[in-house]
Write a protein that binds this ligand. Structure first.
Ligand SMILES: *Cc1c(COP(=O)(O)O)cnc(C)c1O
Length: 380
C-alpha cells in the first residue's frame, strides 16, 4: 500500500493504492462472500471469519478514513445514526453526556428518547456557550462530550480545542460529528478530539446513493474496543457493494468539497444582497457570528451548507422553496446536486430551528445558475 503521509487530495485520489491483486486491476473487486473457509490446521489464514465484522471491502475505506482524519483506526457502519448511537451505547447506565442544543435533529431526538430510557442522561447547552458547558459538568459522572460543528441547520461553530480541554480535565472523551466540515476542511483529532463521526451518506459518498456512517478514533482504547464489539455483535455494518460504492465516491471528495465550498461562499454573498432575504447563515461570511473561530479551525473553505431566513416568515419561506426549479426540495445534503429544505416542517413543533429558515445544500453546478434559480424564486 502507498504511504498515508501523503496530502488529503492524494490519499483520496490514490485510495492508498489498493488494487485487485488477483488480476492487477487498478480498482479492487467486490467481495460478497459472507463466510470464509478455515485452513486444515483449524486457523483462519487471513483472519476473516464472517462478514458481520470482516469484509475485504471495509478495509480500503476504513484505512483511507483513518489516514484522512489522522486517527488510529476507523470503522464503517450501516448509517451515520448507527455510528453516532454506537458511541453512546458504549457508555454505562448512569453515565452523563453534554451536547449543544442545535445538532442533527434525529440524533438529538434519539438522545432525548432512547438514550434517556437506557439510563444515559444528556444535558443540552446553548451552542457556543463554554460557561454553560462547564456548569453542566457532573464530576465523576460526565463521561462524554459530543459536538457537531458547523451545527445543522444554523451552522454555529463550536471551539473543538476548548471542548477537548474541558473533556480531558474531567477524564471524559470528546466526540465530534464532522459530517458537515468533512475531513478535507477540518480534522478534529488534531485539535484534541478523541472520536470523529461521519454520516458517510453525505459528502464522503457524495452522490446521494449510499447510506453509510463511520467512526474514527485517536487511540485504540477500551471505549474503542467496546464500540468494535457492539458493531460486531449488533451487525450495523455496511454491505460490500455499498462499501465499494462509498469508496468510489470518496475518490473525488476533494474536488467536490472544494467546488461546493466555493459555490456556497459565492451563493451566500449573493443572497446577502437580496431584499427578500432577512439573514444568511454561512460560516464563510465575515458577518457570521462564528466566522473567526471557523477560519481558525477549518482550512481550505467553509463547506457547502448554508441557510437563508426569508422575510415574511414561515409561509413565505415554504413558497420560495416551492418556486425553485433547479434546486430540488428534498432532505439530506452533501451530494453533487443542490437541495433545499424547510427544516422546521421536518423537525416539528419543538424545533430550535427558526420557522423562516431554508437550509440549502450547495452542489457542484455552476453557481450562477443556482443564484438565478433562487433570485427568480424570491421574486415570484
Ligand atoms: C445525516 C446526518 C447524520 C445521520 O446520518 P445518516 O447517514 O442519515 O444516518 C448525522 N449527523 C449529521 C450532521 C448529518 O447530516
Amino acid at each position: 500500500m502507498s504511504n498515508d503521509k501523503h496530502s488529503t487530495e492524494t490519499i483520496l485520489a490514490s485510495g492508498l493504492g489498493f488494487m485487485d491483486e488477483q488480476h492487477l486491476g487498478v480498482i479492487p473487486g467486490i467481495f460478497p462472500s459472507t463466510t470464509y473457509e478455515r485452513s486444515a490446521d483449524n486457523s483462519y489464514e487471513h483472519g476473516k471469519i464472517y462478514t458481520r465484522d470482516h469484509n475485504p471491502n471495509y478495509e480500503q475505506p476504513e484505512q483511507v478514513l483513518a489516514a484522512l482524519e489522522k486517527g488510529h483506526s476507523a470503522m464503517l457502519f450501516s448509517s451515520g445514526m448507527s455510528a453516532a448511537t454506537c458511541v453512546f451505547m458504549a457508555l454505562k447506565p448512569g453515565d452523563h453526556a453534554v451536547v449543544p442544543k442545535v445538532i442533527y435533529w434525529s440524533f438529538r431526538n434519539w438522545l432525548l428518547n432512547f438514550a434517556t430510557d437506557w439510563g444515559i442522561e444528556t444535558t443540552f447547552v446553548d451552542n457556543g456557550d463554554l460557561d454553560a458547558l462547564r456548569a453542566a459538568i457532573r464530576p465523576g459522572q460526565t463521561k462524554l462530550l459530543w459536538i457537531e460543528t458547523p451545527a445543522n441547520p444554523t451552522w454555529q461553530i463550536e471551539d473543538i480545542g476548548a471542548w477537548a480541554e474541558i473533556a480531558h480535565s474531567i477524564g471524559a472523551r470528546l466526540a465530534v460529528d464532522n459530517t458537515i466540515a468533512t475531513p478535507l476542511l477540518c480534522n478534529p483529532i488534531t485539535l484534541g478530539a478523541d472520536i470523529v463521526m461521519h454520516s458517510a451518506t453525505k459528502y464522503l459518498n457524495g452522490h446521494s446513493d449510499v447510506l453509510a456512517g463511520a467512526l474514527i478514533c485517536k487511540t485504540d482504547d477500551q471505549h474503542w474496543q467496546k464500540m468494535r464489539s457492539i458493531r460486531a455483535a449488533g451487525g450495523a455494518v455496511l454491505g460490500p457493494f455499498e462499501a465499494w460504492l462509498l469508496m468510489r465516491g470518496m475518490r473525488t471528495l476533494a474536488v467536490r468539497v472544494k467546488q461546493a465550498s466555493a459555490n456556497a461562499l459565492a451563493f451566500a454573498q449573493a443572497m446577502e444582497q437580496l431584499p427578500q432575504v432577512a439573514e444568511v447563515l454561512y460560516p464563510g461570511l465575515v458577518s457570521f457570528k462564528g466566522h473567526k473561530l471557523a477560519a481558525k479551525q477549518m482550512h481550505g473553505g467553509f463547506g457547502g451548507m448554508l441557510s437563508i431566513r426569508i422575510k415574511g416568515g414561515e409561509n413565505a419561506a415554504i413558497k420560495v422553496a416551492a418556486n425553485l426549479q433547479l434546486i430540488k426540495r428534498a432532505t439530506s445534503l452533501g451530494g453533487v446536486e443542490s437541495l433545499v429544505e424547510h427544516r422546521a416542517s421536518v423537525e416539528g413543533p419543538d424545533t430550535p430551528c427558526p420557522v423562516d429558515l431554508l437550509r440549502i445544500s450547495i452542489g457542484i453546478e455552476h453557481v450562477d445558475d443556482l443564484i438565478a434559480d433562487m433570485q427568480r424564486a424570491l421574486e415570484t
